[in-house]
Design a protein around this ligand. Structure first.
Ligand code: ADP
Ligand code: MG
Length: 444
């Protein structure tokens, strides 16, 4: 209803005298009046106009007022138009029926002009108020729905943030532990490493001295001869230097491990820095070594490294390592899942394998890292969801559904890179990460 335009009223009556009385009265009160002389013609008019109120005669040739009322109320557009029946004074059952069909009121013939106007006014006002109420209700409902949507979004975000915090916390705890261990073993390594060289020199001197003794005293006493024999001096001479050499190699290996651990735990997460991606991959593989090793169910998981030439990459080392960790851990999970029901011999015939390939893009702007496993692979419907927060196909307690969502965030949001997945169900999965060599360049 529009308040700037006069209200429209439709009179439905077959009696010209009635029509005239009502028309004049309503017209002079400022209403815009339409007329229909039968139920049928009223319904036709209602297809074109939507009046604010209908005055409907009960007794008419053709379809009567009741029937007309019923039919017009069946049309959704007309349902809210108030209908006032016009009936003779004594027709009580008509009035009852009229109300039951949805009429809001009735007026009795012969008409009292004041009464007609008063009733029409009241119902138009009521109708107006009703309409306002309805639209306010609608607005309220809309607002409630919007707010509910906002709230549930916020809640979801909070849950995700909480889980992410836990994951970050775990990663940083792991980082601290690893850094701590690396630091602690550094000292003992350095004094063992530092003593091997003098030990080798002392040994040479001692052997020289023995040789000299043997030369100056070619005939030692029986006890000495016996001891030389029992300790197998010749063998010691040959073996001792080798033993020290292998200790030297062992120490070198521990030094490398400690170096890798420190590289994995690089805690400077806030600022991008130049980072050797291969060092990141190697140190992550080292941390996962215990999961790659052979056990009673399967041989060792083979790791094939096809490393290409890569420059140092400007990135956040710790988060990048976290991505490698998440993807490699998933690959191991997928391999273990695929191993289920296969015997040691069967697995050995078609070994578990993870292939890590790195390349520089043709234009040399991006580093491309592919991590592929020959585990379970994944069907299309799973592949579509793996980057969603909390999506996991693993048992409760085993999977959090966060690894790939966080990896996506790190690669795409924090490094303007790309992370893609290819897979053949039952055969293999491959994750391909593309990151810009220089932080200012994003992947388009
Ligand atoms: N290499 C893979 N092979 C098969 N499925 C994988 C692989 N990596 C990830 N997925 C699927 O993606 C899901 C989500 O992985 P992720 O976000 O790391 O969560 P989670 O490992 O805790 O389940 C996994 O549950 C798994 O279904
Ligand atoms: Mg995972």
């Amino acid at each position: 209803m529009n308040s700037t335009q006069p209200n429209q009223i439709l009179i439905v009556d077959d009696n010209p005298t009635n029509i005239k009385v009502l028309f004049d009265c309503l017209k002079s009160a400022g209403y815009r009046v339409f007329i229909a002389q039968s139920g049928e013609s009223a319904l036709e008019k209602l297809a074109v106009i939507t009046p604010d109120l209908i005055l409907l005669d009960v007794m008419m040739p053709g379809i009567d007022g009741f029937e007309t009322c019923q039919r017009l109320k069946n049309i959704p557009n007309n349902q809210n138009i108030p209908v006032i029946f016009m009936t003779a004074l004594n027709e009580t059952e008509h009035k009852v029926k009229a109300f039951s069909l949805g009429a809001v009121d009735y007026i009795t013939k012969p008409f009292q002009q004041e009464e007609v106007l008063a009733r029409v006014n009241v119902h138009l006002q009521l109708c107006n108020l009703n309409q306002e109420l309805r639209s306010m209700n609608e607005q309220l409902e809309k607002r409630v729905a919007q707010r509910t949507a906002r709230l549930s979004y916020t809640l979801e975000q909070m849950q995700v943030m909480q889980l992410q915090l836990i994951q970050n916390e775990k990663m940083s705890a792991l980082g601290n532990l690893v850094a701590g261990v690396a630091h602690e073993i550094n000292n003992p390594i350095s004094f063992v490493a530092g003593n091997i060289f003098p030990a080798q020199e002392y040994l040479k001197d001692l052997f020289k001295l023995i040789a000299l003794y043997q030369q100056e005293y070619p005939q030692p006493s029986a006890v000495i001869q016996k001891t030389i024999k029992s300790i197998d001096l010749e063998y010691i001479k040959k073996d001792f230097p080798e033993l020290l050499n292998s200790m030297e190699i062992g120490i070198e290996r521990i030094t490398n491990i400690s170096h890798s651990l420190r590289s994995f735990a690089r805690s400077d997460t806030a600022k991008k820095q130049l980072f050797d991606i291969h060092e990141g991959l190697d140190s992550t593989l080292l941390i996962l070594k215990h999961r790659l090793k052979a056990n009673e169910d399967r041989p060792e998981i083979e790791v094939i490294k096809n490393y290409g030439e890569l420059p140092l990459i400007e990135c956040l080392p710790s988060p990048i390592n976290q991505v490698f960790m998440n993807i490699l851990a998933n690959a191991i999970d997928a391999l273990e899942e695929a191993n289920r029901g296969r015997s040691f011999a069967e697995i050995k015939a078609k070994p578990n394998c993870i292939t890590v390939t790195t390349n520089l893009s043709q234009d040399e702007q991006y580093a491309i890292i592919s991590i592929k496993d020959n585990g379970t692979g994944m069907p299309q419907h799973i592949k579509k969801q793996i980057f969603e927060y909390l999506y996991t196909t693993k048992a409760a307690g085993k999977g959090t559904g966060l690894g790939l969502a966080i990896s996506y965030k790190i690669i795409v949001d924090e490094h303007q890179g790309k992370i893609e997945v290819n897979s053949q169900p039952g055969a293999w999965s491959e994750f391909i990460i593309t990151i810009p060599v220089m932080a200012s360049k994003g992947v388009s």
